[in-house]
Design a protein around this ligand. Sequence first.
Ligand SMILES: NC(=O)c1ccc[n+]([C@@H]2O[C@H](COP(=O)([O-])OP(=O)(O)OC[C@H]3O[C@@H](n4cnc5c(N)ncnc54)[C@H](O)[C@@H]3O)[C@@H](O)[C@H]2O)c1
Ligand SMILES: O[C@H]1[C@H](O)[C@@H](O)[C@H](O)[C@@H](O)[C@H]1O
Length: 333
Amino acid sequence: MLRVGVVGCGAIGKEHIKRLNNKLQGVTVVVVSDVFEEGAKTAAALCDGKVYTDANALINDAEVDAIVCTSPGFAHVETVLAAIKAGKPVFCEKPLATTADDCKKIVDAEIASGKHLVQVGFMRRYDKGYIQVKEALDSGEFGAPLMLHCTHRNPEVGTDYTTPMAVHDTAIHEIDCLHWLVDDEYESAQVIMPGSTKYTHSELKDPQIMLLRTKKGICIDVEVFVNCKFGYDINCEVVCEEGVVKMPAPATPIIRKEGRLSTGIETSWINRFIDSYDVELQDWVNSVAKGEVNGPTAWDGYVAAVTADALVRAQQSGNIEAIVTGECPKFYK
Ligand SMILES: NC(=O)c1ccc[n+]([C@@H]2O[C@H](COP(=O)([O-])OP(=O)(O)OC[C@H]3O[C@@H](n4cnc5c(N)ncnc54)[C@H](O)[C@@H]3O)[C@@H](O)[C@H]2O)c1
Ligand SMILES: O[C@H]1[C@H](O)[C@@H](O)[C@H](O)[C@@H](O)[C@H]1O
């Protein structure tokens, strides 16, 4: 039985504690920590776990075999580096860190440790819909992919959410999964800002159109609209030489009522990707037992952060910005 400690007991921390303890096999949460003690106590009640307010105490607790890091992005680097230092596997929610420099520190520390310890929570690689699109593209039946049209819409975000977060908190999911989908690397980034919705504030331009070009010349547009009001709406359509492949949305009943034909739209990430989180974390638990990392690695987290940095520069400059990640180290091949 893998004994896990969870660092950060907010929204997704509590979701992961429940799934690790009640749904998944071969794992149990024994300790939780949060800088906010009351939050940690509430989460501990979900798993009958021990409580710390200091993440380092949790990481170095002899009862903890592996760590799940679900604190805010800015706090990830410290926890992941401490886990590597302790020689313990760590599943880190996205983003791995909020800057490429911090992700590089994690990559360097993991390579120096000589052990594969870090997995990043890019759960879309485990999503049934994206996997179906990938299988279709990999079959070669549709020819080469030429363009991707994507949307990432949230009903609303908190008032502390700012323009760069549209990249490193939200579009980071597309940044990771789209180049994986088409098996290519990014070359450049650009951001176009339409007029903003009345539901935003002075520190957040919303919506934004993010454009990515890959080395093979594939052009990707991602609409990020985090106060769209109507739902949690994730779409991805790949235009190929010989057809178009569109990701299916999870099915909901089709209703006929009062002269209207309608179907539901998810309103939260919790439900939209609920199956992906289960599959992702079960895969992590299984691979940790074998001393492996099967899912997205620290290098994937670093590549995403370099791309995110270019998009943030593009938000500020209005120009096309280069994306240069360098060669993938042998350790991750
Ligand atoms: N994969 C996904 O779809 C997905 C969905 C939601 C959130 N996330 C990611 O999960 C992380 C947490 O997001 P959330 O929505 O649960 O945030 P949240 O604000 O609800 O929770 C964060 C928690 O961490 C605590 N915290 C802050 N600093 C800490 C520190 N240094 N050490 C320990 N705890 C600390 C806070 O008190 C809070 O309880 C973020 O990185 C976010 O991007 C991923
Ligand atoms: O942390 C959340 C989460 O990653 C969601 O999947 C994304 O849609 C939100 O924009 C982000 O704030």
